[in-house]
Write a protein that binds this ligand. Sequence first.
Ligand code: SF4
Ligand code: SF4
Length: 426
Amino acid sequence: MKLIKLPLKKEMSLGTWTLKRPAPPEVLRVPVYGDAPFYQEVKVLPGQAVSFGMKLAEPRGAMGVPVYCPANGTVNGIIKTRTVSGENVFAVEIQVDRKNAGAFLASGESSDWADISAERLRAQIKEKGVLLCGRQLRPLAGYLEKGTFHAKTLIINACESEPYVTAGEVLLLAHPLEIIKGVEILRRAAGLEKALIAVGANAEQAVEVLKSKIYFLKWNHIEVRAFPARYPQDDPAVLLPLVDPFFSDIEPRVLHDWPLPDIATVYAAYEAIVFGKPFFERAVTITGECVVQPQNVWLPFGIGTMDALKACKGVLREPGRMLAGGPMRGSAIQNMEQPVSAMTDALIALPKEWTAESAEADCIRCGECAEVCPVDLSPALIAAASKRQDWAGARELNAQQCLGCGNCAYVCPSHLPLVDLIQKGF
Ligand code: SF4
Ligand code: SF4
């Protein structure tokens, strides 16, 4: 498969492995996902006092998960909003009691989980509201119960091939033992025999630390394997055929949507089982050339970008663009109040001079875009069909197999918006 080597720029947020929390914000807009596959129902009313750790929404039916309150405060209302990661959701807007916002206090590690049945592990993961935070959010317990697993192996996607993003890597470096225990919890909860942690070769130190911890624990059923530090190595369509040739016969677009837990998911499951912690926050990389102190921090779901940036002492200068997620596939943040969700792994502030739009020119048929397409499409031809609104032609060229990775647009000397054009074609 054709992958590209991007400037990684990860070192700027790897200076510290200690994850801080920002000061309590004035307002949180906690996302609630009402539709399938979440099935949640808001249980609080405007004007109601809410407390840290209480349930804001209850599950409806077997597949739902509860949503927990990240701070003490009062409900302003139930609003419709769009998260920084681009999900259209309902959110519970909370006026936070900043002098007494509350915090989770872990009361000693419980090792009982080693004797708990798979069913009870899943029930606890569900009760604590843990979501699978990969490419698409979904209830983790439902995935562990009904997910599709090959060769009785749980695959953890710890490859972070987007530039700048280090939220998973820093958890691996700071909490390797907790991550391995989290993987073991998920393996047992899914009733599987083995687990594989797939890590990008750029996180070399994390790979070595994980291997030594597994050796120490004698848990030989957990394997750590390094994969090329190329983009988009973390796309399941790219990763899975390298893990096992079995996946080579499955269409790339099907693999693209294959759910794989990431490190944020593993850590949340570990904390849910070992400390009984509800899922109300996650590790997020706050970085970019405009950030004063780029680093990874714990962000509560519902915090706005402006409040999150304060954990890194704000910005040095006005960013040209704020992104949620990496620069290749991330979403542009439209306003600084949009809430962070469980899907948000990074907030990136890029300088103006880097984000100025380059003028589009005609295709010069250089073929560069086809050279870097990981699924061997002809981006220039599909884009041309899309411009002509020849949707049948675009489909014949397999536009529907596009992974949306952005490699083609990244290398195009004519600055054509290839991803947008291609995705119109299916
Ligand atoms: S965005 Fe689609 S067409 Fe472009 S390189 Fe990626 S997979 Fe290929
Ligand atoms: S990279 Fe751009 S200019 Fe070159 S063939 Fe592809 S679309 Fe045309």
